[in-house]
Design a protein around this ligand. Structure first.
Ligand code: CS2
Ligand code: MN
Length: 354
């Protein structure tokens, strides 16, 4: 695996110079942030991003994410224009030699939390989610009450989108995803890009909006939707792991074994009740997920794609983008690197002794 770190570009307070001082991290995951969603990414802009990353000694291992326009998810008459723009961006990424494009197919909202600074026992702060709290949030006059999303939509835009999705069932969303992938995957194949869908976070419907990438059955359906090695998964342990029915190591073995995991996000979460959880530090003992078991599964399937620590807590007084401070993600990277080295070495010595 290629241990990587997400970087939000030149305006990220966590600079490449800082990331460089985390031992073992050699890959950067980033995107173009200064173009409006739906606009195609020109080759030159992607080239400039790659150069900036490489000048600091890293390799740009994945793009996270190219946004998918709501028109595509809704199956609107204008979707072909947006799909063409998406394909053009994939082409620019591939022609620059960047191997992975992450995207998601969640209507209206990407990740969703009810608290961005939930205080953990040790005095650190993490993102948390409580379905009952979410149910109390009134979206009729906009997203002001929604942590992290208050500025994303005007009240009118939000009302329009929520109404439009009332007509869209989960089955319709699958049909629209297939239509999208049937057009994007051939371009990805042509330019050597692997498409990686990020699961829904959390993995259940919110505000009555359909959500489809929630469990193993959905991933099974996804890989068959367009049966190509370029159509794969960004397996996010924390997103899927918020539902205790999801067995993450089993998913890694199943889809990693098929060669369809193109990107790995490692994050731990602590289940606090029914549809109630908080994010935690990465080690297994901090949350409900067996992170050792997950990393072991990646090792066993010889995973060689980019793998990154996902959200971190805010610790030591650090402030910044929720989930994306430096300190706790760096601790996560070191923990993952330690597990990987230990598993690799015990594997080698077992091989030697037999
Ligand atoms: C999430 C998402 O994995 C994460 O860090 O917070 O923002 C994720 O980047 C997108 O859903 C991928 O498209
Ligand atoms: Mn993730």
């Amino acid at each position: 695996m290629k241990l990587s770190f997400r970087w939000y570009g030149a305006n990220d307070p966590v600079s490449l110079d800082k990331i460089r001082q985390i031992p073992v991290v050699k890959g950067i995951v980033s995107a173009i942030y200064d173009l409006p969603p739906g606009e195609p990414w020109p080759f030159d802009k992607v080239q400039a991003l790659k150069k900036e990353v490489e000048e600091k000694g890293f390799s740009l291992v994945a793009i996270e994410s190219i946004p998918v326009a709501e028109e595509i998810k809704l199956g609107s008459p204008s979707r072909d224009r947006y799909i063409d723009a998406f394909c053009e961006s994939v082409r620019s990424v591939g022609e620059n030699g960047i191997p992975v494009v992450c995207y998601n197919f969640m209507p209206v909202f990407d990740w969703m939390r009810t608290n961005l600074s939930f205080r953990l026992e040790d005095g650190s702060y993490a993102l948390s989610y409580d379905h009952d709290e979410l149910a109390k949030i009134d979206l009729s006059s906009g997203a002001q009450g929604l942590p992290g999303w208050s500025a994303a939509y005007s009240a009118g835009e939000l009302r329009y989108l929520l109404d439009a999705y009332r007509e869209i069932s989960e089955e319709d969303l699958w049909v629209n995803l297939k239509y999208f992938l049937e057009r994007v995957v051939p371009v990805a194949e042509e330019v050597g890009v692997k498409m990686a869908i990020h699961p829904d976070d959390p993995p259940w419907p919110i505000f009555g909006l359909p959500r489809v990438i929630k469990d193993e059955a959905a991933l099974e359906r996804l890989v068959k939707l367009v049966d190509s090695p370029s159509n794969g998964i960004a397996l996010c342990s924390g997103s899927l792991g918020a539902d205790p029915k999801n067995d993450i190591p089993a998913m890694v073995r199943r889809f990693g074994g098929l060669g369809r995991i193109h990107f790995a996000h490692v994050r731990n979460v602590k289940i606090l009740g029914e549809r109630r959880f908080c994010e935690t530090a990465h080690p297994s003992c901090a949350g409900s997920l067996d992170i050792y078991g997950i990393i072991k599964a990646y090792h066993d399937v010889s995973f060689n794609g980019p793998l990154r620590p996902d959200h971190g807590r805010m610790i030591w007084g650090e402030e910044g983008k929720p989930g994306y401070g430096l300190c706790d993600r760096a601790l996560g990277a070191m923990y993952i690197a330690g597990l990987w080295e230990a598993i690799s070495k015990s594997h080698t010595s077992k091989c030697k002794s037999t």
